[in-house]
Design a protein around this ligand. Structure first.
Ligand code: SF4
Ligand code: SF4
Length: 277
């Protein structure tokens, strides 16, 4: 394997760990680059950033939402609406470090080869999303925020871990032994929110069937392998909103059959049509 087989993986880890460090430094050393939590933070002490799902829950719970929080949610929605909603999952969310580790261990321990005992629809996350809003409306509290493993992990790194670490271990064991990509690929309502946000993002992965040798390495490493259903069939853009734009499929492809592309342009679509015909 060449270093280019790890290019996006290394970049993602730099971004993920770099952000965690900046949040940590904001708390410990008072750095103002980015301070707060992933639910609500400020960039350079002035630009508000808010988690749109947290704001939706607060809205459902009947809370009064300040203008700053609304602007922050709008900024985040626009940002991920352009680069792909679930880029949050693979480039920012700290829980991804745990679930990627479980996914990697599944592959090296050949656990993927064991007959699957539990099947779960990948749409469960959208029901959990709706349920979190319903419970917020009934309880008057931002329900998912109370138990969110993303908050537990993020606050743990910045302020120190408490008993919530048990939830993180449970997610790791669930992903490792029960369902591949169980949490992020099936259950997490924040991932669902970001899927919806990124529905029409111009940045996406493009598959070139002419170069493809059908090695299927991309589908092996993809945390949302259903989005690569065109492999072996036709050249096509990955248009499914669950793609995390992690770039792992591009990293592992030695045949130059996958790449990032911006703007789902007429040119790209025409090219795809020609390849299909
Ligand atoms: S699916 Fe949820 S836990 Fe997983 S990376 Fe995305 S936001 Fe984080
Ligand atoms: S298609 Fe590629 S970029 Fe998208 S989630 Fe799968 S591996 Fe990541």
């Amino acid at each position: 394997m060449k270093w280019s087989n790890y290019k996006y993986l290394i970049l993602r880890r730099i971004v993920q760990l770099g952000l965690l460090f900046l949040y940590f430094a904001g708390n410990i050393y008072g750095w103002k680059i980015i301070r707060g939590t992933l639910s609500s933070s400020s960039l350079f002490g002035t630009i508000p950033l808010s988690d749109p799902f947290a704001i939706l829950q607060m809205f459902a719970a009947g809370a009064t939402i300040g203008a700053n929080a609304l602007v922050g949610a709008l900024i985040i929605t626009l940002f991920y609406g352009i680069i792909g909603g679930r880029a949050f999952c693979s480039w920012v969310c700290p829980v991804n470090l745990i679930t990627d580790l479980a996914n990697w261990l599944r592959r090296v321990l050949y656990l993927d080869k064991i007959e699957r005992k539990v099947w779960m629809s990948r749409n469960v996350r959208y029901y959990v999303f709706g349920l979190a809003l319903l419970v917020s409306a009934i309880s008057g509290l931002a329900a998912f925020e109370i138990i969110s493993p993303i908050t537990i992990m993020h606050r743990g790194v910045i302020f120190g871990f408490g008993s919530g670490v048990g939830f993180l271990i449970a997610i790791f064991l669930f992903d490792l032994f029960v369902t591949k990509n169980g949490w992020c690929g099936h259950i997490c309502p924040l991932g669902a929110t970001h899927s919806i946000i990124g529905r029409f993002a111009p940045l996406s992965v493009k598959h070139n069937a002419d170069n493809c040798t059908l090695c299927m390495k991309c589908k092996e490493v993809c945390p949302e392998s259903q989005v690569l259903n065109m492999i072996g069939k036709r050249s096509e853009l990955v248009t499914k909103q669950e793609c995390t734009n992690c770039g792992r499929c591009i990293d592992v492809c030695n045949d130059d059959a996958l790449s990032f592309t911006i703007f789902k342009s007429k040119e790209s679509n025409d090219e795809n049509k020609q390849n299909i015909n």
